[in-house]
Ligand binder design. Sequence first.
Ligand code: NAP
Length: 484
Amino acid sequence: MVSRVIPVDPFDLVIFGGTGDLARRKILPGLFRRFCAGQMPDDARIIGAARSDMDDAGYRDMVRKAIVEFAGKLACEDGTMNGFLDKLHYVPIDARGEAGWADLAKLVRGDVIRAYYFSVGPGLFGDLAERLTKHGLTDDTVRIVVEKPFGRDLASAKALNRDLAAHFDESQIYRIDHYLGKETVQNLMAVRFGNMLFEPLWNSQYIDHIQITVAETVGVGGRGGYYDKSGAMRDMVQNHLMQLLCLIAMEPPSKFDPDAVRDEKLKVIRALDPVDHHHIVRGQYGAGPDGADYRTDAENPRSFTESFIAMRLHISNWRWAGTPFYLRTGKRMKARSSEITVVFKDAPHSIFDAEAGRHRNMLSIQLQPNEGMTLDVTIKEPGPGGMRLVDVPLDMTFADALGPDAEEVPDAYERLIMDVIRGNQTLFMRGDEVEAAWAWTDPVIAEWEARNDVPKPYDPGSTGPDDALMLMHRDGRRWRDIRT
Ligand code: NAP
């Protein structure tokens, strides 16, 4: 099966922060892959903008190195690199000053799609928006892309939304959560709403509980200072895990259209119960073989910031009353794995005797490291010896399903940037969604800050603190193993 490439219209994409880590690791290699896939029109241009003094040639050289380092295995002929690099330009610019803006205004064309990627810290969003307007670089057709973190609480998120709204309509703002760009996440919607099989069962009558795990093996070293002011709740739960929760729990939208989908996601966030602190476990990793613990990595010997969090949530609506959602995410865990598991209830009555065992259907959706889905179905164990039951997975791993073309599945950033150019906001967060997520998150954080809550230590390479296991054990459930 070959992935279908739908070409986009000519565009100018300006990447503010075009020399930064995100641009070099994700945005530019992603654009290169789209170029190789034939999705980029001849008339596309990519303009890097940052304070560093560089010309086009210097920028192309920087991008060439970034692509070699980060673009991975490419279905691209030798020599194609130059074709891509020819599309690149660079303008030295200061978001907070006037230097460079007139040059940018000369370069950017008014008769093609214009997109401005704010790949800079959120402290510069307002400055960029203001100067783009002042220098005549905007109208109601331009699109802007903003990165996480979108605020650190409700007040700061509202302030960012206000800064952007002063210059752009909501329909022009693309707030990235790269989890939404993953193939499997979109497949979640296809599976739920494209099949008759699942949706009738997708409620508390048939689903016992749902687990969402996002586990990383890396610690916070390298970005410890930033992370220590944030923690797992702000860095992962408020955005990525919340978005996954919304997609798994939302009502069917009337159509696959940006506002219809985002309206339904918003309803999920608004229906979330406040979470009781007895249903939250915060953790902080201890020393690994290298001797570095969280506090060393974060360069804060008295830090109470969590590098792990597990929680039990409830959604107060008809569909989900009585079905708990267990979320957990952490750093320095035993494996890198992001997975959503839908655990169905036991059959109401077993016609088999006790030796047949207790079996449950489970739909598990893997987001990383490999994307795919498995559905555990109970069957008879083959062979003589009576009715013994066994769970076998129906495996829908994309790499197997797509064969060699699995490499061609675009990564999340590629897909999302192309969606910006196409003007499709479905996989981007709307301002009210982000605010609703913070409105739910803020009191949880305020509560543990008021109690001076101390995170529980856990061993690097483990599944987190024992209390996180207990969170499920006391409900008679258990986490699915974290595996690659
Ligand atoms: P970074 O490596 O520090 O890069 C920042 C970029 O902004 C550089 O190109 C820098 O270049 C430019 N810049 C800084 N001040 C500027 C100014 N006054 N005017 C114009 N340009 C300026 O940061 P990053 O890791 O790429 O992150 C960028 C944004 O993406 C941040 O909001 C971050 O939270 C978010 N993000 C990053 C990642 C990631 O994996 N890196 C993941 C998710 C979200 P000069 O110094 O030359 O000006």
